[in-house]
Design a protein around this ligand. Structure first.
Ligand SMILES: [Zn+2]
Length: 234
């Protein structure tokens, strides 16, 4: 279905994309960070599966880039599963992560393709906030859009490790976080799903041991730029 607002257009699971897949059934590997973009992606995928009677199940997987990240992700999964009870969720997968990140992603891509009949992987990667919107972390704002940034793990990476017929689908790659924020409003998710999301990657020292957002990391800046608010709690 086409989702459009003043910040862009995304045709999620377009017919052309579905036809390019190796199968019209199987499992979607959803990289769920617990941030606003991946939470929205999980919600919209479940909505598409439910409303279009698609034959896909979902396996969400999470890397603990903060100690409680898998719990944040589980709360999001619970909320989406409650909203779309017809959709089948496989057991949530999660793991620790440390550099080099692409190696960890490689390991997990191989593990998940062995364990499930993965038809495609997907992620919530979008355009970074423009430099002028970011006051503290201009360098990171520039870096996150480059191919070298770990978050931009893509189909080429999967092919590099021998996974040939399973794409990494990035439906938000041409829109920025303002598009995400507008969709939260349009889909009535600001009171339900949004408060469960966490973007801040600040250290324990600047977040009272993850009790509150740091308000200075790139992810805090980006969330505030798009939504006008920080994480509800740390
Ligand atoms: Zn932060």
């Amino acid at each position: 279905m086409i989702y459009a607002n003043e910040y862009g257009t995304v045709d999620l699971l377009a017919e052309q994309f579905l036809q390019s897949l190796k199968s019209d059934k199987g499992t979607i590997g959803v990289k769920l960070s617990g941030g606003a973009d991946t939470a929205l992606l999980l919600h919209l995928l479940a909505k598409e599966i439910s409303e279009r009677n698609l034959n896909f199940s979902i396996v969400p997987y999470t890397f603990n880039d903060k100690p409680d990240r898998f719990i944040v992700a589980q709360n999001i999964i619970h909320e989406v599963a409650k909203t779309f009870p017809k959709v089948k969720f496989e057991k949530h997968q999660y793991d620790e992560i440390s550099p080099p990140y692409r190696k960890v992603f490689d390991k997990w891509a191989l593990k998940l393709t062995r364990q499930y009949d993965i038809v495609f992987f997907t992620n919530g990667v979008n355009l970074p906030a423009p430099e002028e919107a970011i006051t503290i972390n201009k360098e990171l704002a520039k870096f996150v859009g480059t191919r070298e940034a770990p978050r931009n793990y893509d189909t080429q990476d999967l092919e590099r490790i021998g996974i040939q017929d399973i794409p990494e689908y990035s439906p938000f790659k041409d829109v920025d976080k303002r598009f995400t924020a507008q969709l939260y409003e349009d889909e009535f998710l600001l009171e339900t799903l949004f408060p469960l999301t966490r973007s801040c990657l600040g250290s324990a020292e600047v977040t009272d041991y993850h009790e509150k957002p740091c308000k200075i990391c790139y992810w805090c800046e980006e969330k505030y730029w798009a939504f006008g608010q920080y994480d509800a709690i740390g």
